[in-house]
Design a protein around this ligand. Sequence first.
Ligand code: GBH
Length: 508
Amino acid sequence: MSEHHSTQSGPVGPSRREFLLAAGLLGVTAAASTALVGCSDSNEFAAPLQEFPQGFTWGVGTSAYQIEGAYNVAGRKPSVWDTFCRIPGKVLGDATGDVACDHYNLYPSDVALIAALGVKHYRLSIAWPRIIPGGRGKVNEQGVDFYKRLLDELEAHGITAHATLFHWDTPQALQDKYRGWESREIAGDFADYCTATVDRLGDRVKHWYTTNEIRSFVHTAYTYPGGPFDGAPPFAPGIELASEQAFWQTSHNALLAQGMGVQAVRASASRGSTVTLVEDSVTYVPLTETAEDIEATAKAFRSMSPNGGIIVPILTGEYDPIFLENLGASAPKIRAGDMEIISTPIDGFGFNTYSASYVRAAENNIGAEELPFPEGYPTYQSSWLKFAPDTVYWGVRMFTESLGRDDLKIVVTESGASQPDAIDADGEVMDTGRVMYLRETLKSAHRAIEEGYPLEGFFVWSFMDNFEWANGYVERFGITYVDFDTQKRTPKESYDWFGEVVAQNRVL
Ligand code: GBH
């Protein structure tokens, strides 16, 4: 049997592990890695040494609605996503997050698998509809207890939790009461929810993140006549507002919630805690790395939509003036004191990075032209996910060069790629496309660090395949494969690869 197996694998060559052993690349962590630096010439198989700084934060991430399931258990009430999923045609295959990865029940084995990967950091999100099922008012201690159990399990495995307070699961009760993010009232309710959560979990969590991607839960969930998505935005609640002005007012409410959330977390968090937001800022990459196109990149980063209306006000205290000029009468109405709340100081920046746009210098009021992607441009399973690995480098660099925030420590809170993975005849998931994506992305991250930009961590999205929003269970982002019929987890090739990256603290 084993002979048969070895003849079969013979012509294919040695396994990855055998090759690495032969090349002397396994077990070079810690003590031996310095030796390797000194003698890389002597080993013709030695890889380029793109090492990360000691203490670099390596992690993986997920979010509550995408993995937990248990949608009606222990007092949880619906979010706008539970409602949206039940409207036929909104989600591919009319899938829901009712069960998802059943992580609510399977969290102990999931945590063990995260620990086995070797990362010491895990980013999760906490479900508002579990903690305060009605959106405001009474706290559901049973919901809190789930997170206590999960956080204790992480702690027992030596894993530091990074908790996002809002990853798109707006309580349906608030949608019904005052139309959710369309109302300024939500900012106060969000802050109260932050306070309730941090009061109860602040002994277990030190790294807090308020909102995940205003760009997604507002800008991909609402539209206006003449706006994108032809009247039907793909994310919950999927609403067409009366005007572009109403759209930017809704976005402004989310900025206010973010700022009030930061203040609430700070007031309740334990000493030494950090709080920031997570945003998928649009990253621009210069068509050519010339001074002209790099300057155009910096101008685009600040002044194009939506950055000029999301990260610029949060990080500078003002909407970008050129962005506002281009918005004209559709600009949000700003009340006295709003900008101070919105720009409440944050500890670093959670940067989600997937795709990018190329820009070059142009004669317009921004000074940059965004270039459309031609047909045939390398693209992952998600049609929006263009392969543009330079995005991390340019994104991180632009916080410093375009926004002047060189004080801001940046953590890549999400980066990853979708593929229609499957388990092959050998029982493996050979997701080389994802390995290639992550390797090139890490080279770009390494370049940023090498040039002195303040990048301090990298979380792969996602720890496991999960409910991929409007794309249901069709698009897979995990480094762990999930069979949604059996809930069996199978580490993919990218899981093994990333584990080695973490162990050796360098690009492999
Ligand atoms: C992240 O968003 C999310 O934080 C995470 O929950 C999600 O699983 C992951 O990406 C992968 O999608 O509908 O064609 O207009 C990434 C940023 C912004 C990408 C909105 C998709 C909508 C594309 N997303 N965008 S489209």
